[in-house]
Design a protein around this ligand. Structure first.
Ligand code: ADP
Length: 449
């Protein structure tokens, strides 16, 4: 009938009733505890917590009603269901008992079936009550947990709001700082530009003004050497030679300095022009050097772009002349070409010369930076800084790949501002005047770097 032995406490003053009812219940599998007065019933109930109490209303000293009241006011026993055992006539006691918390009553003399039915009903109700209690407890737990979670969520939200507020404040502070720094930077940029311009125009003016006295020095030194040739034999002639070559060196320096201060400033002539034409022009300008070194210059297909022709001619000229100059015994071979690379054209000027150690690859673009003595390779150390200025003026970049004794490959980019088809370039190409001369070979090729 029940899964576990159900314990019933039978409290009855009358021994025969107690025996009878105990037997009936035992035969149904219940575990029976017995008490024959109110006090022992209370202590037994406290100790064993039975599933049900059958309580006789009439008992000496502590009657059933009083016992019931005490059991119901005791936190340990208050939930144990109580069924009164009473006389049929005693309506008053029944009502009082029910008011005190008893759930039902059994009337004497016992009817076995009715008694069992009432007990089972109460036990079922009790069982359901316990289940409900458990569920209620579980629900309470969940409510507490939810409240806790809700509180945690609120705390997190509050923390988030606080952090957001702090972050916004920080962003505002940083933005203000940044605006301030940007303004300061702009101001110092302006100042830098202004003082650079001042310096450049000063250098330009000084270089320009130095030209005339230098020409005089050179001219008078040459005059002295020629007109007093017989008087100034030996050392004086040698000294005059030094004066002339130093003056020439200084002339070169002034020339390059002027070119440097002018580079990247020519805004007037930006035109679509075939770069093959410009390279050819550079080659023509270098005709004497090319012949002297019996150099070979190979020119690949080059695009037509919107550029400043004077500057780009100068750029190629500097790179080609360096390629020829920085060579040892071997015949210099210079290759020039271009490849299309996204929004840019990438050009290369490649030589088979002495090469450059990678630790100097950035430094050689600085003004006056030279890696060799004037005796080994003459120069001013300005050529590559002019190249960089020109390339920057055209929104491009310049760099190189090189290693000692491996030759050098100088690269630079120019944006594809204007690109004209190869057919139209062909019409502009410069060819005949330089081809086929002795020690002066220009080949057209379509090679890649
Ligand atoms: P300059 O040629 O007047 O010395 P540049 O500015 O043109 O000045 O070059 C700076 C230095 O970079 C040169 O002195 C040389 O040491 C090195 N350099 C430039 N081009 C080459 C090259 N093609 N091969 C080897 N070294 C080079």
């Amino acid at each position: 009938m029940y899964n576990r032995p159900t314990t019933i406490l039978v409290v009855n003053n009358c021994c025969s009733d107690l025996k009878l009812i105990s037997q009936v219940l035992k035969s149904q599998g219940f575990k029976i505890l017995v008490a024959n007065n109110g006090f022992s019933a209370i202590s037994l109930a406290e100790k064993s917590i039975p599933d049900l109490i059958l309580l006789d209303t009439i008992m000496p000293e502590l009657d059933g009603l009083e016992t019931c009241q005490r059991l119901k006011s005791n936190s340990k026993t208050q939930n144990i269901p109580i069924i009164f055992i009473t006389e049929t006539t005693d309506i008053e006691t029944k009502i009082r008992g029910l008011k005190l918390g008893a759930l039902d009553y059994i009337t004497k003399p016992f009817d076995e079936k009715e008694t069992l039915a009432r007990i089972e009903t109460q036990l079922k109700i009790q069982q359901m009550r316990l289940v409900l209690q458990r569920q209620n407890k579980q629900l309470q737990k969940e409510i507490v947990q939810r409240k806790k979670t809700e509180q945690q969520r609120r705390n997190i939200q509050a923390k988030e709001r606080e952090l957001n507020y702090k972050l916004e404040q920080k962003v505002a502070e940083r933005t203000a700082e940044l605006v301030h720094t940007t303004k300061e930077l702009e101001a110092s940029n302006q100042e830098l530009k202004r003082s650079n311009a001042e310096l450049e125009s000063f250098a330009y003016a000084v270089s320009h003004d130095l030209k005339a006295p230098l020409r005089s020095i050179k001219m008078f030194a040459q005059l002295l050497a020629q007109e007093y040739q017989e008087l100034l034999q030996g050392q004086p002639q040698e000294y005059l030679g030094y004066i002339t070559s130093s003056a020439e060196q200084m002339e070169n320096l002034i020339h390059d300095l002027l070119a440097y201060s002018r580079a990247g400033k020519n805004e007037q002539t930006w035109i679509p022009v075939s770069l093959e034409d410009l390279v050819s022009k550079s080659v023509r300008n270098l005709e004497a050097t090319i012949r002297e070194h019996r150099a070979i210059v190979k020119i690949g297909n080059l695009p037509t772009l919107m550029v400043n022709p004077t500057e780009i001619t100068q750029l190629f000229q500097n790179l080609i002349s360096n390629g020829i100059k920085f060579c040892r015994e071997q015949q210099p071979v210079i290759e020039i070409g271009a490849v299309c690379d996204g929004d840019n054209w990438q050009f290369f000027v490649k030589d088979n010369g002495i090469g450059i150690d990678s630790k100097y690859h950035r430094k050689i673009f600085q003004v006056f930076k030279r890696l060799h003595s004037e005796d080994d390779y003459p120069g001013t150390g300005i050529g590559l800084s002019i190249c960089e200025k020109i390339v920057k003026h055209h929104d491009g970049k310049i760099w190189l790949e090189s290693a000692p004794n491996q030759g050098s490959n100088f690269y630079f980019t120019l944006p594809k501002k204007l690109h004209i088809s190869p057919q139209s370039v062909l019409a502009l190409r410069f060819d005949a005047p330089i081809a086929g001369r002795e020690g002066f070979l220009v080949q057209r090729d379509n090679f890649k770097p």
